[in-house]
Design a protein around this ligand. Structure first.
Ligand code: FMN
Length: 325
């Protein structure tokens, strides 16, 4: 399948693995790239620019295909060394960066000068248009169903993607709720040039996370995610557990008085405990509604191959078949 996204990034299939905190290590990124998609290392999971440089080196040892790095701008107490991370990306010869969380203007000139293509992840058409206007090469349009931070507009992909298609000139991929060949085919029909998956890639053999996390995703239904931190305008879609229910109870009780410090136990520093140690009740961790469509733990290659086969079959047989006579 050839789309503007496969052409832009020099990849075989229009499938991207979104940056994921404490999941997007070299092992997963390399597996996705080796299977013909675009794997992405998550910069801020690495404690320093030097550690990111080493992670990029490790990834290059595992694949000779293109892979990218995610740079997330989110509210944080200590601002990360963004210039240092960007330098590690450029020096490491990485040619694709996925930015997210905030306007990437501050890092664009350096990346563009180094010939790095930038795909900005946005949760609204206005943010995608802004990304286009400042010179981003592509957008990843993240609907309300997505795992992680869906923004505050709550527009699901059935509306958001065709709206993006109405307005954008740069190519975009559909993100949020994508899991299989049906998702890809629908995304293409709605104007996207490919799809980005987060949660689906966690439940794969190569994802370097504790087996408890993969099993929790397989066990979850589409009803099992919750939105937390909405009162702080930092909404995150997470899988429910006791810690999340406790957090929501605090949000309800404190109302407009809620401060980050009130929920620190449920959100701060929980990712390594969950992803590495498999302590599933340690706190809130991002997970999409798409968990309801995830029923197994295949290898990344099995997942991508069957997704492409299913999508091609849907287009050739089901859709084309509906047109005959
Ligand atoms: C566990 C987890 C961690 C994530 N961490 C990040 C992150 O650090 N930066 C980012 O831009 N997106 C992050 N995301 C969002 C994904 O890159 C992707 O946009 C999202 O998962 C798409 O929705 P889906 O889960 O329905 O596929 C994360 C998602 C998950 C599930």
């Amino acid at each position: 399948m050839k789309t503007k996204i496969t052409e832009l990034f020099g990849i075989q299939h229009p499938i991207i693995q979104g940056g994921m905190h404490h999941v997007g290590y070299a092992e997963l990124a390399a597996a996705v790239s080796n299977a013909g998609g675009l794997g992405i290392i998550t910069a801020l999971t690495q404690p320093s620019p030097e550690a990111l440089a080493e992670e990029i080196r490790r990834c290059r040892e595992m694949t000779d295909k293109p892979f990218g790095v995610n740079v997330t701008f989110l509210p944080s107490v200590n601002t990360p060394d963004y210039p240092g991370y960007i330098k590690a990306i450029i020096d490491g010869g990485v040619k694709v960066v996925e930015t997210a969380g905030n306007n990437p203007q501050q890092v664009l000139p350096a990346l563009q000068e180094a010939g790095v293509k930038v795909i900005h992840k946005c949760t609204s058409v206005r943010h995608a248009l802004k990304a286009e206007s400042i010179g981003c090469d592509a957008a990843s349009v993240d609907g309300f169903e997505c795992g992680g931070h869906p923004g505050e507009d709550d527009v699901p992909n059935f509306i958001l993607l065709p709206r993006a298609a109405e307005e954008l000139t740069i190519p975009f991929v559909a993100s949020g709720g994508m899991a299989n060949g049906r998702s890809l085919t629908a995304a293409l029909a709605m104007g996207a040039e490919g799809m980005n998956m987060g949660t689906r890639f966690i439940a794969t053999k190569e994802a370097p996370v504790h087996d408890n996390v993969k099993q929790a995703i397989v066990a979850a239904s589409e009803l099992d995610t919750r939105l937390v931190m909405r009162p702080l305008r930092n909404t995150e879609r997470v899988l429910t557990n006791d810690a999340v229910e406790r957090l929501l109870e605090k949000e309800k009780r404190l109302g407009a008085d809620l401060k980050f410090e009130d929920i620190i136990d449920e959100v701060a520093g929980v990712y390594p405990r969950i992803m590495k140690e498999g302590e599933m009740e340690a706190g809130a961790w991002s997970c999409g509604m798409v968990a309801g469509l995830i029923h197994d733990i295949p290898t990344v290659k099995e997942l991508i191959d069957r997704t492409m086969a299913e999508s091609e079959d849907l287009i050739r047989q089901r859709l084309a078949g509906m047109l005959s006579d």
